[in-house]
Design a protein around this ligand. Structure first.
Ligand code: NOJ
Length: 529
């Protein structure tokens, strides 16, 4: 793994919601271009763009109908090239979203595939005969219902692990793998620096399993992509891989094997949900939160490189889940210190740097996300509407998908038109307001990132958990005899500064204005010793 890859601070842009330049209510590439100075000012050094390819938008672009184009609502390929060039000139790399487990049912390949059983594209997808007049097996789709859809015309079912408009590609077909490798080379040749790889551990299916992911050819197919496309370009790839153990993650990312560069670790994001159900809230076990982070720091040892994330377009705002609304500044900055004080690629989702909380959706019709809407329909019989709305407000993916608040103007400066998703915002938590405020989450992120990115101990140092009682956490990062102590209070009550921090240590960043011998609510400090 190259050093620039290890030092990546990746800012995720959800193009639909970032900045609208032409007043159609939808964010676009020229909007992003206008915000490159802002990106630069944050101290990030890479951008991950969620899908911006042509798509019928059944799943907001994760249903791609043309892998080599740009969605007209986002602009043109020339706009894209201009953005890429501008980012590069600003010292910022660009990662695209690689969504190759499935396409849209409106992709040319699938349109052909469904025409007849002997169509040359038939085997690009996974077709099966009915079994006793039913679905071939009991697999459920990610957004509810069966993962199999019957197609009248040819009398077979096709597999879709997500919506029925997202048919799964058949990776066992070498032609499919060839097409994907070519497409990857097309973007890398253009200058793109890498990919976030959507549900990549599902590309090979295990047809004997209860859930098909991590099939028997996963490593082989990833290695093939590496050899044909990713490796020669030195691309940075981050796998979206839920449910992996550290050992499995190492298999997918160890350098000798040549597969992916890294994978996301999401395990801590499962906390605070009853039985893992994203719509059912319970208390977050803070001790476990830190223990999971530590487990991955230890588990990837020196062979792997962690990816540090707490928000994305599939997750509600971290502050609403793990923070405390009574201490928004303190808890947002504490969470940032706790997470990005660790070793790994730091990933920040748009608006996270402002300490945004979930917006409030007042009615079902305000939601746009297919997963939320389907879940609502499925749960309607079990809950009253008020409870349901509360559950959606807690867990919906739309919580992080509303427009980015740039200023206090109409629609927060996101668009001059009618936004594709309606949202309210807090005028105190906009880019403009936080730039002006004496103290803000935005300012803390800038200060902290500047410190982190210029500190070899924070970038490369080893990790050791020194204390975790669920309220106070202390860990050490060290390299060549030089140490940093990250000490945080994950609680609304103060406590004495833990003795794990050496007496002579010097505090180099703190989210309170002075340093005392007490850790105050959600206080976070980094010490040098
Ligand atoms: C994961 C993506 O992050 C999510 O938004 C999408 O719905 C699914 N994969 C299917 O592509």
């Amino acid at each position: 793994m190259q050093n620039w890859q290890k030092e990546t601070v990746l800012y995720q842009i959800y193009p639909k919601s970032f900045c609208d330049s032409d007043g159609d209510g939808i964010g676009d590439i020229r909007g992003i271009i206008s915000k490159v100075p802002y990106l630069k000012s944050l101290g990030i050094n890479a951008v991950w763009l969620s899908p911006c390819y042509p798509s019928p938008n059944d799943d907001n672009g994760y249903d791609i109908s043309d892998y080599r184009g740009i969605a007209p609502e986002y602009g043109t390929l020339d706009d894209f090239k201009e953005l890429l060039d501008l980012l590069h000139r600003s010292g910022i790399r660009l990662l695209l979203d690689l969504v190759v487990n499935h396409t849209s049912d409106e992709h040319e390949w699938f349109r052909e595939s469904r025409k007849s059983r002997d169509n040359p594209y038939r085997d690009y997808y996974i077709w099966r005969d009915p079994v006793d007049g039913h679905e071939p097996n009991g697999w459920r789709a990610g957004f509810g219902g069966s993962a199999w859809e019957f197609d009248e015309q040819t009398g077979q079912y096709y597999l879709h692990l997500y919506s029925r408009k997202q048919p799964d590609l058949n990776w066992d077909n070498p032609k499919v793998r060839e097409e994907i490798a070519d497409m990857i080379n097309y973007w890398l040749d253009m200058g793109v620096d890498g990919f976030r790889c959507d549900v990549i551990n599902s590309i090979s299916k295990d047809f004997t399993a209860e859930w098909p992911g991590m099939g028997p050819h996963l490593h082989e197919y990833l290695h093939e992509l590496h050899v044909k496309a990713l490796g020669p370009h030195g691309a940075l790839t981050i796998g979206e891989t839920w449910g992996l153990t550290p050992a499995q993650a190492l298999l997918m990312t160890s350098e000798e094997r040549g597969e992916l560069t890294t994978t996301f670790q999401f395990e801590h994001l499962l906390l605070g949900r009853v039985g893992g159900d994203k719509f059912k809230k319970c208390d977050v076990d803070r001790k476990e939160f830190m223990d999971i982070l530590a487990k991955w720091q230890y588990g990837l040892k020196d062979e792997g490189w962690p990816v540090l994330v707490m928000e994305n377009h599939d997750q509600p705002r971290a502050l609403s889940r793990f923070g405390d609304a009574r201490f928004p500044y303190e808890s947002a900055t504490m969470l940032a210190t706790l997470l990005y004080g660790l070793r790994g690629i730091a990933v920040i989702f748009e608006g996270q740097e402002l300490g945004l909380e979930n917006p409030v959706f007042k009615k079902l019709s305000d939601y746009r996300d297919i997963e939320t809407l389907n879940a609502y329909r499925e749960m309607e019989k079990d809950y009253d509407p008020e409870t349901l709305l509360e559950m959606m407000n807690f867990g919906s993916r739309d919580n992080s998908r509303v427009g980015m608040p740039w200023n206090g103007g109409k629609h927060a400066g996101f668009t001059s038109g009618t936004p594709w998703i309606d949202f309210g915002f807090d005028p105190e938590r906009t880019v403009e307001a936080e730039e002006k405020a004496e103290r803000s989450v935005l300012k803390f992120y800038r200060e902290f990132l500047a410190l982190r990115q210029n500190d070899n101990v924070l970038l490369y140092g080893g990790f050791e958990l020194l204390k975790n009682d669920g309220d106070t956490m202390v860990y050490r990062r060290s390299k060549d005899g030089d140490s940093r102590y990250i000490a945080v209070r994950f609680s609304d009550a103060p406590a004495p500064l833990p003795q794990e921090v050496p007496l002579n240590a010097e505090c180099i960043i703190c989210n309170y204005s002075d340093v005392t011998d007490t850790l105050r609510p959600f206080e976070a400090r980094i010490y040098k010793a």
